[in-house]
Design a protein around this ligand. Sequence first.
Ligand code: GLU
Length: 551
Amino acid sequence: MNKYKEIANIIFPNINQTVNDLEIKYPPRDLSEDAIVTRFAPSPTGFLHTGSLFTSLVSWRFAKQTNGVFFLRLEDTDQKREIKGSGDKVIEQLIKFNINPDESFLNEGNYGPYIQSERKLIYHTVIKEMIENGMAYPCFCTHEELNDIRKEQEEKKDLPGYYHEYAKCRYFSDDEVIEKLNNKEDFVIRFKSQGKNDEKVVLNDAIRGDIEFPKNIQDIVIMKSDGLPTYHFAHVVDDHFMRTTHVTRGEEWMPSAPIHLEIFEQLNWKKPVFCHFPVIMKMDGDKKRKLSKRKDDEASVDFFLEKGYPIEGFLEYLMTLANSNFEEWRLNNSKSNIFDFNLDFSKMSLDGALFDIEKVKSICKEVLGNMDKDTFTNNALQYAKEFNIDLFNLIKKDENYFKEIINIEREQEKPRKDYEKYSDILPIINFMYDDYFSDMKFNVEYDERFSKDLLIEILSDYKQVFDINKSQEEWFSDMREMAINKGFAKRPKDYKKNPDEYIGHIGDFAEILRLATCAKSSTPNFYDVLRILGQNKVKNRLNEAIELLKK
Ligand code: GLU
């Protein structure tokens, strides 16, 4: 009789529960048959990568659109690489994008713990039973021994790894193993692969279809010497007992899928559906490469949060990367919630999705332009509170005044699209506030074509006729009349045709007034700007401009 049970007991003397107990503790979820259970499984090794946000967005949508469950599991078994606090930060960032896991270490469901390092008991229970059944064994190889194996394989030009005849510890007798354990020799636990050379296995990927791989033959490590599992093993155990139906992960995991398939098979567990998402790429010159945290600001979602890109816009952009037919749907459903669109695995692109910052910008401009003033203001406040205290104070000083400003040509059929992100607000509207204008006015530079005397004359005369109580048409025709009287062309094209006949055109004239009253040559709709500033303030600013010109 083999002594697997004895070996298992020496290694795990305190494990009394069985795999069957776990099956009972974590029963299949009570969901409809087509409900999808997905997870986002970040390792706490840094902040949320744009690619991970993409993966979690898509995973979350698949769960939500089928009334399923989306949960977050923190994969912290590689404790050497762990950056303290980054697990909390990742979930915080996810929630900022309104992606709220149904279950996580912050809101535990029935399938926890949701942090791998707290799931040791579960892994050990499974491993103990695997040892008892001859599916796993302790390996005592030292670094030197493993190095020797590698060298031998290099010389013989054999496949590297721990397998078949190279898997030395697989061939120890039970008594030898027991002796080594009793002598407290260091060990890891390896999976006993049944794979043979030249056998094939097929991965049914929901995105990529059936893909044939050589079967796994490696006796991979499933438990490290610190008692923690490796990714390959933890993934199988967790996704089984957390009842994940669809494993949604980056395509970099595809080559190791044969390992996972074999573990699922040997344990006789139902395999989840695998969905290997495309990696997000970027053009670097004329070459495509992975979006890299080291090289690209836009690889970290922090970049978008700090700059204040609207969450809705950024998610909409990621939806365009997710499904090739999303944009067409959007054209026909521009007023709908983007999540009314049903994602489809078969419509996901297979090669790396190309990240296009210009497209992010244009979608965000569209989204911010279409936002009503109250939502815009609330979002801007929320952004400013965290990232831009000056903007926060400005808005808080007089929220209604702020709303009036940002509502210029908003809330209408074809809204104006001035803002691409919340950090644009301050530089665009600062001149509306005297605190800023009082400094800005000193830096105004008028077009050199116009003499100081002419400028003073124009501003003084304009001050007399300016009346903000008039309609925009009347206000404009007053301005045009004065411009014509002063020798400016009525239309830019008239000026272009006969530049010698005029001193400038209506646009030049308006620019003089704009510089005097706003200290800028371009602003949101000028009439609205003047209306919001009000009769007195405009006259004061004209006076101040005249004074400055006189100096
Ligand atoms: N912890 C793994 C990673 O961060 C998760 C892979 C998976 O989703 O299974 O890449």
